[in-house]
Design a binder for this molecule. Structure first.
Ligand code: SAM
Length: 678
């Protein structure tokens, strides 16, 4: 990392630390900081002046605008003195400029923060925009939140609704709004609070009147003084629509689906009860003490905001600002997250050749495992450069003269040269025992000679400590599989094309226990050496991984990134932007659910060369290390060094249950427990 990057990183950290005591989370700070840097043309001095006054102001301003309250709304804003006071209190004295006026009004010559429309202020995160970008026309109902059997929708009725008399009466707490900003949450925590789908208008009811025809017979029930309407949209079972908030032309409502309604234990709560409950939770979680804080008001502001954003003239919109996923038949409220988790048959949404099911359990909202986007192939996030082109593949790296199935050729072919002329797969489609054993032995008994060391600085060590990176700890010399590919003469059914054909096993995501969270299991017996799945995720550069880690510190919901480090040590001076890894936190496949097991996991990850004739970018494929029975959990050794406390990704307390568990803290924990028991 260059000195300039290093300095930038430190300045970001200092800015984050300065905002922390104000209760402003890093996910709120980072986009505003980016914007300010752009506006001030990277002149940090303007941002750092007066104990980050400009930054604090810009954050508050952005939040004010996000609330969508103009001066006409008479929305009380946090008084300037109070902000200044909190800024003063928040910034540690050693951070304040000596002799400088702490938290004074900005100097006249300071570049004024430009007021920009909400869209331009980045209220909608880029990740969310990407995720939902679509040019399809906007249907009338927009589902904005979905949990299990409950969806929250914004039906754009165009008519005055029951709650039209409701007014925005007070200011909402800035912190609450920011932390509940759906887009911000989706970007940083993948918390699943975001616009999920667009649903055909006929799917919902106008809360004030119609009851849709229902094959089971429509009915209405009173629920806590509000009417609950039972409908059967397109014969898909019963649903209930409960209006939460409404403005002149927008309703915000909960749609409960049949699983809840058919449950005799489920009693529709009143809106008041829901609001009170949420307010209490927020009081506990975010220490919101503002007596005027009211969820009902926020929901109404959301309705206004929805309406205002929707009416922006075309020229002020950016394509991705309105995020729509058409949901024909409204089967999916969120790509990868169906309306009803119980009916979920395929979390891959058809991306894989076989459906991947999920165990039917009553999940709590926080636990829903599908808060990511399923992809079946690795995709570069942004800067990772992967050169895939036919011209790079020379004659030695492909078998253009082959026909049909290379495995039937007794003399092997060019693609087997990587493995001394012997194909790694048998005609039964599993790994040859010798090859598998050799790969497993390397992991079980890693000897010094099996490692190669970066000579000119190791990208991993630079991530751990940029200023004084330690010496490279070595990268395992991996055995590679090389599969035939597009330039080869064989056909797609060639026995030397296994990983690229994708998942063929019957797999299920299931609750692997309190301490491990979700896991993956096989629903069929698997023979030893069978390909199960690839580790698929976003391809990141070392820098991107570091930045991502920095901006999501404290977020427990991360999956383990896989370093594509097999070739690092042979590449001379490898720049950080050239070192690659795979991260399945936000985009990934079923492998993101595979839990870790020290040493004796029933899967092993083996590097596979497919489209690129070098080992800079490659695939990581999981094969069974033994016969695995149906319903057994699938596990692999993440290769974590539990003693490496400098590692950028904090290790978890291992619950793998292996006799060979490397996590010593667990042993200590067990021992001390035993001592207590005695
Ligand atoms: C790749 S994810 C695996 C899926 C994860 N269990 C879930 O619920 O999404 C890795 C995370 O799972 C948990 N995990 C995996 N293996 C574990 C183990 N042996 N013991 C405890 N937690 C584990 C840790 O929280 C880890 O950060």
């Amino acid at each position: 990392m260059s000195q300039e990057q290093q300095e930038k990183k430190e300045r970001i950290s200092r800015a984050l630390s300065a905002m922390e005591p104000l209760g402003i989370k890093r996910e709120i700070v980072i986009p505003v900081l980016k914007r300010l840097l752009h506006e001030f043309q990277n002149q940090w001095e303007h941002i750092e002046a007066e104990s980050y006054r400009a930054l604090a102001d810009a954050i508050f301003e952005a939040q004010d605008s996000q609330v969508g309250c103009s001066a006409d709304n008479k929305r009380p804003v946090m008084p300037r003195e109070k902000r200044l006071k909190s800024c003063e209190d928040a910034v540690p004295s050693h951070n304040r400029r000596r002799g400088g006026p702490e938290c004074q009004p900005p100097p006249q010559n300071r570049a004024p923060a430009k007021k920009r429309p909400l869209f331009e202020q980045g209220a909608l995160s880029s990740k969310s925009r990407e995720a939902y970008a679509s040019n399809k026309p906007i249907p009338h109902n927009s589902t904005v939140m979905s949990r299990d059997n409950v969806a929250m929708t914004l039906p754009h009725t165009g008519e005055r609704s029951v709650a039209q008399s409701s007014r925005v009466t007070s200011c909402q707490n800035n912190n609450l709004l920011s932390s509940a900003d759906p887009m911000t949450e989706l970007e940083h925590d993948q918390a699943g609070f975001g616009p999920l789908a667009m649903v055909h208008p006929s799917y919902f009811l106008d809360s004030s009147a119609n009851v849709h025809p229902n094959s089971n017979g429509s009915s209405r029930r009173k629920a806590g003084g509000k009417e609950k309407e039972i409908i059967d949209p397109e014969g898909q079972g019963t649903s209930a629509n409960l209006v939460l908030a409404a403005t002149e032309d927008v309703n915000l409502s909960f749609i409960c689906r049949d699983k809840f309604l058919c449950d005799p234990n489920f009693q529709m709560p009143t809106i008041e009860a829901v609001c009170q409950d949420v307010e209490e939770r927020y009081l506990r979680s975010y220490k919101i003490l503002d007596p005027t804080f009211s969820l009902q008001n926020i929901l109404e502001v959301m309705c206004r905001s929805f309406s205002e954003l929707g009416h922006l003239p075309q020229e002020k919109r950016r394509n991705s600002d309105i995020n729509i996923i058409p949901a024909p038949g409204a089967q999916f409220l969120y790509e990868g997250m169906p309306a009803c988790a119980g009916s979920l048959e395929d979390i891959s949404r058809g991306e894989e050749m076989v459906p991947i099911s999920i165990e039917r359990v009553a999940e709590s909202l926080e636990e829903h495992p599908l808060q990511f986007r399923y992809i079946a192939r690795n995709i570069p996030y942004q800067n990772a450069y992967i050169s895939i082109n036919l011209a790079r593949i020379d004659d030695e790296s492909c078998c253009s003269d082959c026909h049909d199935d290379c495995l039937l050729n007794p003399f092997g072919c060019a693609c087997a040269s990587e493995t001394a002329g012997v194909f790694v797969y048998t005609v039964d489609g599993v790994l040859r025992a010798e090859f598998l054993e050799a790969c497993m032995a390397m992991l079980r008994e890693p000897k010094k000679c099996d490692y190669i060391f970066c000579k000119e600085g190791c990208p991993l060590e630079r991530v751990k400590n940029e200023e004084q990176p330690e010496k490279c700890k070595g990268h395992l010399m991996r055995k590679f599989i090389k599969e035939c590919w597009a330039k080869c003469g064989c056909n797609r059914q060639c026995g030397n094309r296994v990983v690229q054909r994708g998942i063929t096993c019957n797999l299920q995501v299931f609750k692997a226990g309190e301490q491990k969270g979700w896991g993956l299991r096989t629903m069929e017996d698997l023979p030893k050496g069978k390909f199960v799945c690839e580790y698929v995720g976003e391809i990141l550069t070392n820098i991107e991984l570091y930045d991502r880690h920095l901006s999501s510190r404290g977020n427990k919901r991360h999956t383990y990134p896989v370093l594509l480090d097999a070739d690092w040590s042979t590449e001379g001076v490898l720049k950080d932007e050239e070192a690659l890894c795979l991260d399945a936190t936000y985009y990934g496949n079923v492998a993101r659910f595979i839990n870790h097991r020290c040493f004796d996991g029933n899967l092993i990850g083996i590097p596979v060369e497919i489209e690129t004739p070098d080992h800079h970018y490659y695939h990581l494929a999981f094969f069974t290390t033994r016969d695995v029975s149906a319903m057994e959990e699938l596990t692999w050794d993440y290769g974590i060094d539990f003693d490496d406390h400098e590692h950028p990704i904090k290790a978890f307390s291992c619950r793998c249950g292996s006799t060979f568990c490397r996590d010593k803290s667990r042993f200590t924990e067990c021992r001390s427990r035993k001592l207590v028991l005695r």
